[in-house]
Design a protein around this ligand. Sequence first.
Ligand code: CTP
Ligand code: MN
Ligand code: MN
Length: 596
Amino acid sequence: MAAPVKKRKTSLPKKTVGLAFPVKFPDISMFIVERKIQRARLDHVKNLARRKGFQVSDSLNESVTHIISELETRDQVLEVLRGRLSNDVEASLFLKDAEIVCMGWFTSCMEEGAPVQVTHGHRLKPEVKAVPTVSSSSASKTCYQDAKYCCQRITPLNHHNKKLTDALEVLEKQADFLGGDNNSSRALAFRKASTALKALPKTVRNMREVENLCDLKGGKHCKRVVQEILEEGFSSEVEDIMNDEWFQTVKIFTGVFGCGAATGRKWFDMKLRSLEDVRRCQDINLTTEQKHGLKFYDDINTPVTRHEADVIQQIVAAEAQQILPGTTVTVTGGFSRGKTTGHDVDLLISHPEEGKEEGLLAQILYALHKKDFLEYTDVQNSSYNEAAIRQVKRNQVMDHFERCFSIFRLPKRLIQDRSELNTDQSTVKLGENTLKMSPKDQANTQRPTLAEEGSGDVEDTTNKTQNQDNSDETGNADDRNVRTQSQDAGLLDSKLTPCVDSEATSLNDGVRDWVARRVDLIITPHSQYAYALMGWIGSRMFNRSIRDYANREMNMTLTSHGLFDKTKNALIPAKTQREIFEHLKLQYREPKERNC
Ligand code: CTP
Ligand code: MN
Ligand code: MN
C-alpha cells in the first residue's frame, strides 16, 4: 500500500492563523474576497501576507484600502460585497476610496515583499458585455498554441514555464507511481496541463492567462498548484511529495531497468528502502533485467549524452553496413527532438529494399556480441500483421516491430577524449585504427536533423550543408542514412572490429573500461519507415495526441506501422513524415516542436 503523502508542512499550522506579525505597511489594509477561493487557500494567502508585514482585515470596514478578488469584474465584486455592508450608501462611500484589484496585484506585492503601485492592469473593470474581461484566454482560444490537440501546437524543448511544468510533472509521476486506472487518468491530466504550458509563447504571470486553456480549464488540482506557484513561488504540495519517503524510494526503485511502478511499490511494501536492501533481500526473485538494472544502476541512471548516442550509432551502423550494405541506422527518440541528453539511445534500423531487413537484427546483434559490445539483450520478434494496425486498442503504445532492448557496453576511450573522437564526428578512433569518414559518409550516418525534410532552421550547421540535397528521410538510395558499398569498404579497412578483447578490456585492474548504456534497436520494413520514424521520434504525448486526433477528427487509425482510413477501409502509404501530416490535414511540425 502506498504511504500517504505527508501533511503539508510548509504551510503554517492552523493555530498560527490570526497570530500577530509585525506590521511593516500601516497604510495598507487588504481585504480578500472569499468568492472563488478555497477556504484553505484563503487562510494560506492571508497568512502569507501577514508574515510579510501586510495588514489583512477579516472583515470589510472603512480601514480597508485594497479589495482583492479572483472575480473577473468590479461589478461582480460589488455584487458580492453589497450583502456585507448595511446599505448601498455606505457601500458606495466606502468603495469609492478602496482599490478593487485582481490577485495579480497581491502576488506582485508578495514577490516584492512590499506594496506595489496599483496600475490600470490590476484594477478590475466594470462589466462591459462587448469587451471580454478575461483578456488573454479569449485571445488564446483562437491561437494555435491553445489548439485542442497538442500535435497541432508547437511545443519546444526549452519553454517559458519550466517552474510550473516541473511541479506538474512531479504530480504526474506521483500519480504514475500510485498506479491504477484513476491515477493514470490523473497522471494524464497533469501531463496535459504541463503540455499546454510548454506551448505558451511567454512566461505565465497570472492565473487569468492560463485558466481557460483547453488542457487546463477542467483541472481543479492543476489550477490550484499553478496558482500556488504563481502566488508564492512554490507549491507546498509538490515540495511535500518530493520530500516524501515513499515517493523518493519508489523513484529510486523505478530507476532500476526492469522495475516498473508496481514492482517499486511492492518493494517498498516489503520494507525495502534502498537498492542495497533490494540486492540483499532473499524474498524476491529478481528478473534478469532487474539484476542487470541493479548491477549497472549508476551507469544507466547517468544521462546519455548526444555525443555518446552518436558514437553508439556509428558503431551499430558500421556493423550493419558490413552485414548488409545500404542499411540505415538512425538516432530517434528524444535526441531527434533536440534533447542533449536522454535515458537511452533509440536506433531505428531499415533498408531501402523492402524485405532485406528480415533477419538483420539477429546478425547485427551477433556481430556486436562478438565484439563484446552487448551486456544484455531482450529480443522481441515482430508481431506485425495488418489486422493489428486496423484495430488498435485505445492508448496502445507498443508497436509490433522486431526489436531489441539492450544494455550496451560503450568503451570509455571512445567517449572520454573528444579530441580522439574528433568533435565534428568526422573521425572515430577505435583501438589502433582510425575510422575516417568523408563528408558524404558523415551525412549517411547521421541522425535526422532537427529540421527535417529541408524546412530550414537547422541548428547544426554541419548537418545543414551535408543534407542540403538529401532531404528525403525514407531510406532511398540517396538518403543521408545510407552508405554505399565503396564507403563500406573504407569502413571495413579501418578495422572497426577488434576494439574489445573481452578479458583485457572488460576489466582493467578490476575497473570496467566501458560504461553501460541502454540502447533500443528497432527494425522496420522500408514501407513503414516514415510511420516508424514518427512513432519513435515521439514524444510519447505527441504520439498520443496525433493518434487521438487521427481517430476522432479523421476517422483514421495511426500507428508506428501506418495510417488506416476507416471510412475508405484502406491503408494510406507515406514516404515521409510530411506526407503523414498532409494525410491528416495537419500543419507539419518539426521533431524539435514535438516536445509535448
Ligand atoms: N516508443 C514506442 N514504443 C515503445 C517504446 C517507445 O513507440 N515500446 C516511442 C515513444 O513514444 C517515444 C519514443 O519511442 O516517443 C522513444 O521512447 P523513449 O526512449 O522511452 O523516450 P524518449 O522520448 O527518447 O526519452 P529519453 O530521451 O529519456 O530516452
Ligand atoms: Mn529514448
Ligand atoms: Mn527508448
